[in-house]
Design a protein around this ligand. Structure first.
Ligand code: TK8
Length: 361
């Protein structure tokens, strides 16, 4: 009876918490019951190493189950379930089944979900320094991007997430972002004038498209396809694997390979859940995040090359820009870095730029 009363109190507290944060995380009865169990466990004293207690990780993403990001979660699931001898179970959810990126980040902070992997863009609400990764044409290639992200400068941001009740496990690859639209072929900045472009919820992205003369609209990824289908927006910007695997060709006619931003994903865990794991399982989760990272980046990079041809097969006009044409986009948007350098943190921006220069030699 005492335990039941505890569950009821926990559930009521949780409902008050979720209602208070203004965004309901849609869930079914099974998730609610699991949530009570996980919340109950994570409130107890640290679990001894090698205990036989079992832990459930519900990992949710916005992209579908064809995307390399989901493949990465499958690799991580196999690793942590095997290495933990079944003491950890991972349940994978895709296509915004558990909510959009911001809602899932909030769910981790509440402790009602255990893992998610948003783009870095919506992370700026917690630490402005994440905006550095949205500065246009920052990384010359994905190898240098990974080296900076996996080095001390990237790790510094992951470590800082504990202040926001999150654990930053690793950076995965979203990739170089390109512009699609349903109106016309884009070959020069002036072609962007007046186009309604959906962006991620991030000031740097908004400014980038405003400086091109476009009309940017921040929107959760889960609403994007319908918005394009209904003409609420004319276009959007995402890496080739997303454009292809989310079937954007059904509602978009043109892709221009601008590669204007290299987007990382940030693999996150709820700190409430992490603190309730015994040290040996924490180590397995962290190792699994890095093993899956390397595999996910490999898959994502390979896809990017072959899927450009795939976009043409899906009926899209794919425009590859000359160096001069690309430079016109770089020149038109280089004011963005000066506008946001102070807000991001001048010292941090300078450190990233110096590291990129060092690695480019
Ligand atoms: C999916 C998003 C997506 C991102 C965006 O949840 O929002 O356009 O690139 O990958 O995180």
């Amino acid at each position: 009876m005492k335990k039941l009363r505890r569950y009821v109190v926990l559930l009521l507290a949780l409902m008050v918490l979720v209602a208070g944060c203004g965004k309901e995380v849609p869930e079914n009865k099974e998730v609610s019951e699991t949530k009570e169990a996980v919340t109950e466990e994570s409130n107890e004293a640290p679990v001894a190493v090698n205990s036989d207690e079992k832990f459930l990780i519900r990992a949710g993403i916005g992209l579908n189950d064809q995307h390399p990001q989901f493949k990465g979660l499958e690799v991580m699931k196999e690793y942590v379930e095997r290495e933990s001898g079944g003491r950890i179970e991972m349940q994978l959810f895709h296509s915004s089944q558990l909510g959009d990126d911001v809602q899932m980040i909030e769910a981790l902070q509440l402790g009602s979900q255990e893992m998610t992997c948003p783009s870095s863009a919506p992370m700026t609400g917690m630490d402005n320094r994440f905006m550095v990764f949205d500065l246009p044409f920052l990384f010359p290639n994905s190898e240098i991007a990974s080296a900076v992200l996996d080095g001390p400068l990237g790790q510094e941001l992951l470590d800082g997430l504990s202040d926001n009740f999150l654990v930053g496990l690793a950076y995965w690859e979203n990739g170089y972002r390109h512009i699609t639209n349903s109106v016309k072929e884009i070959k020069a900045p002036e072609d962007m004038k007046g186009l309604k472009i959906r962006t991620m919820e991030n000031q740097v992205h908004l400014d980038f498209f405003k400086s091109l003369g476009a009309n940017p609209t921040p929107m959760p990824f889960g609403e994007l396809f319908t918005a394009m289908q209904q003409g609420v927006v004319d276009g959007q910007e995402n890496p080739v694997p997303t454009i292809y695997l989310q079937n954007f060709a059904e509602v978009q006619d043109y892709t221009t390979l601008t590669g204007h931003v290299y987007s990382p994903f940030v693999l996150l865990m709820s700190k409430k859940f992490w603190d309730g794991l015994p040290a040996d399982l924490q180590a397995i989760v962290q190792e699994g995040a890095l093993v899956a990272r390397d595999e996910q980046r490999k898959i994502n990079g390979a896809y990017t090359d072959e899927l450009v041809a795939g976009l043409r097969e899906q009926g899209m006009t794919v425009t590859e820009l000359s160096n001069e044409e690309l430079k016109a986009f770089q020149d038109a948007t280089k004011s963005t870095i000066d506008k946001f350098k102070v807000e991001i943190g001048s010292d941090y921006v300078d450190s990233v730029l110096e590291e990129i220069e060092r690695l480019s030699k």
